[in-house]
Design a protein around this ligand. Sequence first.
Ligand SMILES: C[S@@+](CC[C@H](N)C(=O)[O-])C[C@H]1O[C@@H](n2cnc3c(N)ncnc32)[C@H](O)[C@@H]1O
Length: 283
Amino acid sequence: MKIINPESATNDVLLTTTTATTFKDDNGIDCTSASLFADPLKFAECIRPDHEASSCDNAGEASRDWDSWVRPRYKSYTKDECITPEVVSNKGTNFAISGRGSTVEATKELRNLLPMIFQKYNIKTFLDCPCGDFMWMQLVTNLNQVQYFGADITKQTVEYNSHCFESSRVHFHVIDWSCVIPPPVDLLLVRDVLFHLSTSRVLGILNHINQSGAKYLLTTSFGSFSQGVVAVDNYEVLEHGVGYRNINLYGRPYNFPEPIMQANESRGRHVGLWKLPIETIEF
Ligand SMILES: C[S@@+](CC[C@H](N)C(=O)[O-])C[C@H]1O[C@@H](n2cnc3c(N)ncnc32)[C@H](O)[C@@H]1O
């Protein structure tokens, strides 16, 4: 874990504690972070649909692609039981329904970083989209100090998570990032998904993130700000289906600045923390 620029991080804290994001939806519902913290059941009403977005696939093809990716995994792993880190460890294995990047082992640095971010940036509301199987998140210290909203494009994931893990501080919703602008939470986590999606979808999602009024973004990138972009990064993947490439958010068209903090992860990727909005993206 690396704190890259502690001075600017301190300034950010001052900024966020003195400027509250105000937002009322079309029905006049108070959707500020403070209000969602007090009444998390308002979350769904505070999601703004954007079905006109060019990346929004109203036919639901994207969700069908991911349903077919996830369905066999639930079948072979869960056998109708709720998978906790303890269940996995008792089986003497190291797996996650959401894939090899989502195991307890693979998320060690990020699990250490998250409580530090909660404290340093006074995080009260936290949207994790996509949340996947919510397994490693169960081990995050101090998660009960925030209102946690997990969301995913697949209904099966959300139904399983709600059945197994819903509580007064943990809530799940079906969200397709391409079609909605989420409420102005304090912290957004968008881990291990952008590298699967086409550039137009990634840009559509980043546009929604920027419009959300959320304060901080944690997301996955390869490369680093100082190294810039290398020739093989950011090539296009198929518009449909579950693609893959090593996305480098420091390269074009994303042009991310240096992150405030980061947790290094396997395969040369990391999860970086940025203050929102990110104004350098070429939409
Ligand atoms: C590799 S998993 C990562 C899960 C989780 N972020 C983690 O770190 O364990 C990718 C997840 O992205 C979800 N997903 C794909 N496209 C999405 C979209 N447009 N909106 C929301 N979730 C999406 C999939 O259903 C899947 O659960």
